[in-house]
Each structure stands twice: as C-alpha cells, then as structure tokens.
Write a protein that binds this ligand. Sequence first.
Ligand code: 5GP
Ligand code: MG
Length: 459
Amino acid sequence: MQGVIGVYAREDVGKRSLYTLYGVQHRGQESAGIAAAGDRSLRVWSAAGLVSRVFDERYAPFNHPDDYIVVGCASGEDVTGGLTPLILETERYRIALTLDGYLPKKPGDSNEKAFFDVLKAKLEGTSIVPALRETMWSLPTAYYSLVAAVLDKKDNHSILFAARDPRGVRPLHVARSKDKLFVASESAPVDVLEGMGEVFDDRRDVVPGSLIYISSEGIKEEQVLEPCPAHCAFEWVYFGRPDSVMEGKSVHVARKNLGHALVKTHGLKKKYGVENGPRKDLAVIPVPDSGRSVTTGVAEGLGVPADEGIIKNAYLGRTYLIYDPNFRKTASDLKHNVIRATVGGKKVAICDDSIVRGTVSESVAKNLRKAGATEVDFLVSYAPIFYPCFSDPADKPLAAKPFKGKSVEEIGNLVAENLPSIDHVLFNTPESIVESIGLPKQHVCTYCITGVDPFKGKD
Ligand code: 5GP
Ligand code: MG
C-alpha cells in the first residue's frame, strides 16, 4: 500500500507538498519519493525510509521557486520492486507517476511499471490526456488512486494529474481552489494544512473512474469510466487514519460503531455482568494504536470506562510485514508492555482491529496473563478473514481460514483454541462491518471476509 499526494500551487509547492506527505506516512513506511516539475524540468528524489528521514524541508531541492507541481508517495511496497515515483520518458513527455493500488503484472514489476507499460503504448499515437483516458479504459481489473506530474517538453509546461479507478478501492481526496489543487490519499493531511492556514473552495473524494488535471489552463475533470464503487472495507477498519473521512464516512465513527456491534452481537453486557453498571474486576483496553477507536465503542456499548493496559514502543515501526513468524513474535513482544496496575487480578477484554495470523494477539495476551490477568477475551473489529486480498501475493497463514462456513461464534472459539493465552475470540460479522461503515452493501468490497469479488460480474 502507499500514501500518495500531488500538489499544484504557484508558491512554495515543495514545502506544502512535504507537509501533505507527512500526513499519509501511515500508509507506507518502506520508502519515500518526491518528483517536482516546472516549465522546463521534472526531477525525482526517492530513498528507503520514512518521509522525515528521506526529506528535509530546510535542504529541499524540490523547493525550487520555478516548480509548481509536486507528486509524492510514502510507500509500503518492498523496495526491491523499485522506488516510486517512477519516471517514463518519451520524445514529448517526461512523466513521474505513483499510485496506491494494484495492477495485474509480471513478477518483479511494480504497479507503476505495469501502468506505464500500457500508457507508453497509448502515447505512441496521441497526446497525454487521451492516452491516460485510453489507459484507464484498457485496465478493467486494475485499481489505482494515482497522481502524476507530466512535463510537456514541446510546449514547455507541466500538468498535474489525479485518477481513480471506477471501483474506488483505495481512497483519494481532492481539495481545490481556482488556481491550486491538492490531492492526497486521505482527508486528514488536508485538514492539517487547513489548520495551518491553507484555504480551499472545494474538498471531496475523487469520484471513482474520473480523471482530474490542472495546468496553466485551469482545472479540468472528466468522468472517463462509469463509477461502480467497491470501496475496501478494511480502510475503515484498519488502513485509514481515524481522523480521515472517506466517502463521507468518518473512520473513527465507523470503528466505534464496530465496537458497539461487538457488544450487541455477542450479548457482552450480560456476558460481562455490567447491565447494572461497571465492575472493578473488568478491564477494557486497546491494543495500541489500531484498537483505540473500537475500544471506545466497546466501552460506550458496555457502559464502562476504557483504560490503558498496554503501552506501545512507537519507535520500532511496523511489524506486520515481517514474514518469519518467530521474528514477528519477538517484534510484537518488544513493542508492547503491560501496565500491571490496570490488568492484574482482572478479567481483560482487549480490543484490536483484526486477527490475520494471530501472532500479535497471542503474544499480547500471553503478556497480559503474565501480568496477572485472570481471563483474556480478544475482541476484533473485523470479521474472520478467509481469502487473502486479491492484490496481496503473499500467502499468509490466515488464523480463521480452516473454519470457513461456520458462525462467527464458532470461528471465534476455534481460533481461540489455537491461541493458548486467549479464552475467547469475538469477531464481528460481515453484515456488521458494512452497517458500521454506513455505505450501501454493494458499494463496499468485503472480498477477504465474504469471497464476493468486486471484479466479477460488474463489467
Ligand atoms: P497478526 O494477526 O497477523 O499477527 O497481526 C494482526 C495485526 O496486524 C492487526 O492487529 C493489525 O493491526 C495489523 N494488520 C492487519 N492487516 C494489516 C495490513 O495489511 N498491513 C499492516 N501493516 N498491518 C496489518
Ligand atoms: Mg495492530
């Protein structure tokens, strides 16, 4: 996954883009890249590491006063696939492109390379706008939230493009005024810029299937493909920032709703004996940080306070992408410490967004027990995951997969049997996920939990 940004502004484009780019860092921490363009040049800088490590505003070459377009990304893709933005050079154009999404491709190729392969062929007979349009037409099973800076070497000017596939699987937010345009994977970083004094006339999601571009001739927007939305449900459950709003639905509110749904689905008020008010021997705590919003919802639903029981060492970074299970366990152990004063001698209901393989949940629960928790229930906002995302080539051992076809209660019990430190695992149902997000069912992709493939039957 990637966080992408694009800015067209006649002043301070470098600084304003870097500020935007910081705000999408949660979508990828493997590498960072920026391309800057003006009338006569387009240059790119990228390296492995966090945005704050790769770029420094004070010494920024992309802060050149002649530039008026910057595109950037914080990438979670393996750097062996190449850094992004990727450059395509043709006789007339120099193009820097980065995208959050997935394209069918040859092994070892990046998604950007796969997009360029199609675009390059289309550019042979025509100019950039029709070529992009035709590329979108000819990629029916791809999804992309993309930004591109395009230097037209013949006319000596640059254009900023943003495009979103017709399903809108990944988010893309746009903010604009007459002579400036900001695009970002999510709304939160644009809020931050508004807080710093940036003013926009219009802010919204990029319509799925549309192409937006801005140059000295102004802003244009066209609906290249009919929208047939299939927004990834996991954006609201885990990927997105809680302070983002996607398709008009607050990520934090969706997560809190998921907490309320868990309480209702599993009759937790009765189960935990809190119908008449809180109990001193029950602790409701999050796995930080991904379990925070759902914990608030669970506590609200139960009518009991939430507490902090686990503290995360924020400097270790993400551990999810580590493939060696022993090393992942060590990484999770190193990352989380338990507050004995919260959990000692208590029944603990600990909440997180998802169980994928079960490594994090078991390692956290084991440490809760060591700190004196008498029972550990693991409450999960998402539903059991049976199918690896069609865009994820890694074959992860999914903890719930062997139990496909059973009820969420049964699956919870069976998953818990394989996680010795956990008494009960409580999942949400796919129906609750869709209801908690609040969008029509047919507009949400739930492939990993239902097997319903948004790329089948909609073309
Ligand atoms: P597991 O059950 O595989 O040990 O880990 C699950 C945890 O990893 C979840 O709590 C969630 O916070 C995080 N997670 C789930 N899916 C993803 C993903 O696609 N990418 C990243 N970076 N983290 C994820
Ligand atoms: Mg987590």
